[in-house]
Design a protein around this ligand. Structure first.
Ligand SMILES: Nc1nc2c(ncn2[C@@H]2O[C@H](COP(=O)(O)OP(=O)(O)OP(=O)(O)O)[C@@H](O)[C@H]2O)c(=O)[nH]1
Ligand SMILES: [Mg+2]
Length: 292
């Protein structure tokens, strides 16, 4: 692996300590497996238990992967940045050259609990020729991802190309729709395009239209893809609006044995940053007044 963490590169005492910890972890794992299997009435040889422990170790050591997909210009790269890189130190997110290709940008994020790998995929659905070119790469990457975040532009009405890509590429590669989160971006631009910049919130009319849009996409996918309950989050990467809900949906779609890595990873952009400072001041004063 090219994107090694510093602890693997260091020599001397640190290495000995790391080895000791790994051996202890392994011993604990073997004890747990022996106990659990014993409790279920199984009696395996020492060799078989060690094999099981090594399989479990390999599985746990895999870097969790998230793919960000969608048509060109929907805001994939912007979303990646506001979700995983905002306010973080410069080396928090770094390219993983080993896996990057001409079309896919792969980044690694290092957190306290481990590393996370994010795939910023090429825009899909531009034309059939490009989709065919990306097909192999899409299938290869999606097959190994814990979660795929499919981004849609909230104001776009045409969904047939998206549905075809979801049906023909994503569904077979990920063996279903369970690990897909639909993210409706750019809700700040939704009709009547009158975002309240002071409060950094949608206007009342926009809020109604956002809800209607979510319902509309849900109904469409139910009809055309027989996808009964897709997870759909409406948000705005540019306005940092509902980023918390988005990351929550990603964590929930992640298999439970991988969620712990994500919980610590997120350096998401702050929603308050874009609220008029005068309003924040007013709220602060209100909250600290004796009546409250
Ligand atoms: N209004 C608005 N614009 C956004 C939002 N998110 C992204 N954009 C804009 O949309 C444009 C495209 O964003 P990108 O992040 O480059 O989109 P992409 O999906 O990575 O595009 P490709 O890599 O070409 O497929 C840029 O001008 C962004 O500033 C949003 O929430 N609201
Ligand atoms: Mg991009």
């Amino acid at each position: 692996m090219v994107c090694q963490s510093r602890s693997y590169l260091s020599l001397g005492q640190n290495n000995i300590n790391t080895k000791k910890t790994m051996n202890n972890k392994r011993e604990n794992l073997i004890t747990k497996i022996t106990k659990t299997l014993g409790g279920l009435g199984f009696s395996l040889t020492k060799k078989a238990i060690e094999w099981l422990a090594s399989e479990a170790e390999q599985e746990l050591a895999k870097v969790p992967r998230i793919a960000i997909i969608g048509e060109t210009g929907v805001g994939k790269s912007t979303t990646l940045n506001v979700l995983f890189n905002a306010g973080a130190p410069i080396d928090h997110i770094k390219p993983c050259t080993e896996e990057s290709s001409e079309y896919v940008v792969v980044s690694e994020i290092e957190g306290k609990q481990g590393t996370l790998r994010i795939y910023d995929m090429p825009g899909i659905g531009k034309d059939t020729k490009s989709d065919l070119r990306f097909l192999d790469e899409y299938s290869r990457i999606l097959a190994n991802c814990e979660v795929a975040l499919w981004i849609l532009d909230a104001s776009t009405r045409t969904l047939s190309q998206v549905e075809s890509s979801l049906r023909n590429i994503v569904y077979p590669s990920m063996s279903g729709f369970d690990k897909i989160v639909i993210a409706l971006n750019k809700v700040d631009k939704i009709e009547p395009d009158n975002w309240n910049k002071k409060t950094n919130m949608p206007s009342t009319q926009q809020l109604q239209n956002i809800e209607a849009r979510v319902k509309n996409v849900k109904d469409r996918f139910k009809d055309t893809l027989q996808w009964t309950d897709p997870i759909i989050v409406a948000y705005s990467a540019k306005r940092h609006y509902r980023l918390g809900e988005l990351i929550h949906a990603v964590i929930n779609a992640c298999p439970s044995n991988r969620r712990w890595v994500l919980c610590d990873q997120v350096a998401r952009a702050s929603f308050e940053e874009l609220i008029d400072p005068a309003i924040i001041e007013k709220l602060k004063r209100k909250n600290s007044s004796p009546q409250n």
